[in-house]
Write a protein that binds this ligand. Structure first.
Ligand SMILES: [Zn+2]
Length: 244
């Protein structure tokens, strides 16, 4: 049942295994998220040296073993992004962690790989790190089906739009209308709603041209944090929002 793989991917996670091996989790273009074992990768003269670091973009060949893909070869397409600021590091780690947690092993989510590569590329050029992270998460949550239906009230199914304020339900971050809201549910500003819609539906580069106030920025950050808390079994280790 050996299946040969020849694809490219981005390293999301690495763990030491046995005495000299390394297990890496890779989001691939053709096979979704896979766990690979690189035998002897931690030896100084290993053929994998420097190629299986976080966020390395690699071309890989290997075969599907019982649990893991056994790597034959990994060629570097783009190395780990150099000269990153602390901010860029924070964003990178949040991207890696959320991608790892939202996509299951062997799950192939259409569009997730191109979203990831496009986001990593944009991170090199844009100073708008948080808006990029927001747009990435909103899209990834949409692709994986985890973004709560939020153009529609979760209770009465009324259509919610810019004319009708949206409230975020305490506990599960679902959207509800003004008639169904409980006192503790929080109103989302119309401008925030528009911005979220924009990030969900327009090309990444366009969404980075939107100018948002600090308040809008914080609101989106909080909302995303609640959505992720509801979706994931435990909170992200990386820091999602730097509040302004
Ligand atoms: Zn309602």
């Amino acid at each position: 049942m050996n299946k040969h793989l020849h694809t490219e991917g981005i390293v999301l996670r690495k763990t030491d295994f046995n005495e000299a091996d390394r297990i890496v989790t890779v989001l691939t273009r053709d096979h979704g998220k896979i766990d690979c074992i690189a035998k002897g990768a931690r030896r100084i003269k290993s053929k994998f040296c420097g190629r299986l670091e976080l966020f390395c973009h690699i071309r890989l060949t290997g075969f599907q073993g019982r649990d893991l893909v056994v790597l034959d070869e990994a060629q570097l397409i783009t190395p780990f992004p150099q000269n990153q600021s602390l901010e860029q590091h924070r964003i990178l780690f949040t991207i890696a962690e959320s991608t790892h947690k939202l996509i299951h092993a062997h799950q192939h989510i259409e569009g997730a790989y191109s979203l990831l590569t496009e986001t990593l590329e944009a991170l090199r050029d844009t100073p708008k790190h948080d808006p990029l992270l927001f747009a990435f998460l909103i899209r990834l949550l949409t692709l994986t089906g985890f973004l709560p239906q939020w153009n529609q009230c979760a209770l009465c199914e009324a259509t919610l739009n810019a004319l009708r304020p949206i409230f975020v339900r305490l506990g599960d971050a679902h959207a509800v209308c003004g008639d169904c809201r409980q006192p503790a549910d929080r109103a989302l500003k119309t401008s925030v709603t528009k911005w979220i819609n924009y990030m969900q539906n327009y090309p990444l580069a366009d969404t980075l041209r939107v100018h948002a106030s600090d308040e809008e920025h914080n609101e989106v950050g909080h909302w995303l944090k609640e959505v992720l808390l509801n979706v994931l079994p435990y909170p992200l280790k990386s820091e999602l929002v730097s509040l302004r």
